[in-house]
Design a binder for this molecule. Structure first.
Ligand code: UDP
Length: 496
């Protein structure tokens, strides 16, 4: 979709993604969307995720920040999984300001000489430190939020929900040592006084209760976010993200109006800056170009041979990890379901294991008879395949959107963060999936997999999923909500 032609080719937009797969994909897709609408593109990127740059010869890439020798911890980042990257995000937010300012300053001067003015900086919402840098350089900053509007509203409500007692007895991500304790102290040490102590006097809530203020959610959805309350280090990150998003020149959402209409109304009220819902981004350009891992395609011949809607696709995203005992439940549940499957298992996905060595005896015989296991798949292609009947997902927002776009029903097993919110939204609001909300138990897993895969029983879910797929397509067509919003965004950036 090209709303503009080449008229704006000589305006440059600088984009800065967070180095998680689920954040890189939408940012690079957005970059492609803007490029095809006439803008030149520079991507600022951290060193440890530079593998995909050769797929974008039409962009300029500039490595920044994490090679700064002044920041010791940063030199070690990149190889130890999600917590490691999360640590990097926290540290760069803490220490990155001066380096980014110098970098952007140089780029702004060069762009004037090249007569290709940089018109704005687009950063992931989690790069909250970039707002003050943009302000001092008088460069408008637009925020890309890579998850749902609902999730952002919930994140913005953490202090209020805490005061209402919704976070009692929650384990924090930090308790699980996803982020090390030194870093936790760094986060807590800065402007501590701005954060109220937790300590709601409200009693512990019943986990099955609906959240009065956000009735879409149950109390347990909030607890599964793994935020301990407003004094939790991750709550502090979110609070900064919300404040600096409010201070920005606009928000771009990877969502579409028809999906989240009530939430959009609230966003307009609570965040009175321009909002652009132009998603789903991957419908313009696929995510595989920005994959950090090489997709395995060796199973495609096998998938081609399978009957329509007969294969369960399983992937729990790029960053989640599972305990050994839960992994055993998944494997047994899957075996007992008697359904065909394609299972993405990243190296290191099972805590304390290299790859699939913990699989129960005999399971590998199944793989061959009725399944395949791969380390990374071309997910959008798999979801679009006629043999794929359902998607067992961790409910990351990209995966959720990718499933919605192909009309594929979901089984939702969220781990943390926005995932439990997405899972509830998919199962209770959109009703295009089933939420496995009692954890990992082989009997329930086998029953749920069977019920979603056996067509007669789940025709209702399948019909709604197809209906939603149609809505996506309409929103992207000329006159549709995402199409129009993209036109507004292009006009807005051009006018900055
Ligand atoms: N993905 C992929 N191949 C896989 C698993 C995931 O290409 O085998 C992609 C998927 O298409 C999505 C992204 O990785 O675009 C995962 O993002 P999501 O927001 O769903 O979850 P996260 O990894 O951020 O938890």
């Amino acid at each position: 979709m090209d709303n503009s032609g080449c008229r704006r080719r000589r305006q440059r937009v600088v984009l800065f993604p967070i180095p998680f797969q689920g954040h890189i994909n939408p940012m690079l897709q957005l970059a492609n969307i803007l490029h095809s609408n006439g803008f030149s593109i520079t991507i600022l990127h951290t060193n440890f995720n530079s593998s995909y740059t050769s797929n974008y010869p039409h962009f300029t890439f500039r490595p920044i920040l994490d090679n700064d020798p002044k920041v010791n911890n940063l030199s070690k980042l990149g190889s130890r999984g999600a917590g490691d990257i999360l640590s990097g995000v926290v540290l760069l937010n803490q220490y990155g300001e001066e380096s980014l300012r110098q970098e952007l300053d140089q780029m702004l001067m060069a762009s004037k000489q090249e007569q290709e003015p940089i018109v704005c900086l687009i950063t992931d919402a989690l790069w909250y430190f970039t707002q003050s840098v943009a302000d001092t350089l008088k460069l408008p900053r637009i925020v890309l939020r890579t998850s749902s509007l609902l999730c952002f509203l919930v994140f913005a409500s953490v202090p209020f929900l805490d005061d209402q007692g919704y976070f009692k007895q929650v384990n924090s991500l930090f308790d699980e040592e996803i982020i090390d304790s030194d870093l936790k102290n760094i986060i807590l040490a800065s402007d501590e006084n701005n954060f109220k102590k937790a300590g709601s006097s409200k009693s512990v809530k019943d986990l099955e209760e609906r959240v009065l203020e956000i009735p879409v959610l149950k109390v347990k959805d909030i607890s599964k976010m793994k935020i301990k309350g407003q004094t939790d280090p991750s709550a502090k990150i979110l609070a900064n993200m919300v404040t600096q998003t409010k201070a920005s020149s606009g928000i771009i959402w990877n969502s579409f109006k028809e999906l989240e209409e009530p939430e959009l109304e609230k966003i307009h009220k609570e965040f009175p800056i321009p909002s652009f819902l132009i998603g789903p981004f991957h419908k313009y350009f696929p995510a595989s170009f920005s994959s950090l891992l090489k997709p395995d395609r060796s199973f495609m011949t096998w998938l081609d041979e399978q009957a329509p809607n007969s294969v369960l696709y399983i992937s729990f995203g790029s960053a989640s990890q599972m305990e050994k005992q839960d992994f055993m439940e998944v494997a047994h549940g899957l075996a007992n379901s008697k359904q065909k499957f394609l299972w993405v298992m990243r190296e290191g996905f099972v805590k304390g294991s290299e790859w699939i060595e913990e699989l129960p005896d005999g399971f590998l015989d199944l793989v061959g008879e009725r399944g395949r296991i791969v380390k990374w798949a071309p997910q959008q292609e798999v979801l679009a395949h006629r043999a794929t009947g359902a998607f067992w997902t961790h409910s990351g927002w990209n995966s959720t959107l990718e499933s919605i776009c192909e009309g594929v029903p979901m089984i939702c097993s969220p781990f943390w963060g926005d995932q439990p919110l997405n899972a509830r939204f998919v199962s209770d609001v959109l009703k295009v999936g089933v939420y496995l909300e009692n954890g990992w138990e082989r009997g329930e897993i086998a029953d749920t997999v069977r019920s979603v895969m056996v067509e007669e029983e789940r025709e209702d879910i399948r019909e709604r999923a197809m209906c939603l797929k149609e809505k996506v397509n309409v929103s992207l067509m000329k006159g549709g909500s995402s199409y129009e919003s993209l036109g507004s965004l292009v006009g807005y950036i051009s006018s900055l």
